[in-house]
Design a binder for this molecule. Sequence first.
Ligand code: 5GP
Ligand code: MG
Length: 220
Amino acid sequence: MEENIATDCIVIDDHEQGYDLDLFCIPKHYIEDLERVYIPHGLIMDRTERLARDIMKDMGGHHIVALCVLKGGYKFFADLLDYIKALNRNSDRSIPMTVDFIRLKSYYNDQSTGDIKVIGGDDLSSLAGKNVLIVEDIIDTGKTMRTLLAMLKNYNPQMVKVVSLLVKRTPRSVGYRPDYIGFEVPDKFVVGYALDYNEYFRDLNHICVINENGKLKYKA
Ligand code: 5GP
Ligand code: MG
């Protein structure tokens, strides 16, 4: 029997091989450190354009505060907001959007520690009564987002929605699923498009899988 599962994102399955590095432009300093190109930059952009439309459809009635989770979310945040701005300037219905930033840290090498710290950003008391859109790079176990959502509640926002570019399929998941998702990916450590490995690989356009050489070279 064919299963009829509604898809809310692009699902990249476990057998997906990605693309050979030689088929794309990769910075020379990373060529030895990556396995494959997993999600090409163009596909990220196309999916982001659609997420912008879905978000505006749901949240476009009131002032949105877009909250960027640094550092990994900054590329997705910038591109998503560009698409939302394009919708706003080409439509009869448009809303003001303001931006806030928060910096969290939870990872050591390629392991989620579950110990989440706010290490900088804006004063969150300005979120009271606002419609907040949290913009995150990737949900792995979901612990970071659960913690952030619990924290934000104390500031009494009117509404909180979460958009994450990536969600990992992992047995370590706490079961959290964001409101909007770009891609669901296998349980592998990915880098690029602002996602880092100990601060490296943010300067890479495509989302790629890092190899053992890369893990060793940039180990903390
Ligand atoms: P969680 O608390 O959901 O386990 O982890 C969330 C955070 O860990 C993400 O926001 C991201 O910063 C980092 N993270 C999780 N998986 C990956 C990954 O595959 N690659 C990179 N670069 N960061 C990840
Ligand atoms: Mg993050």
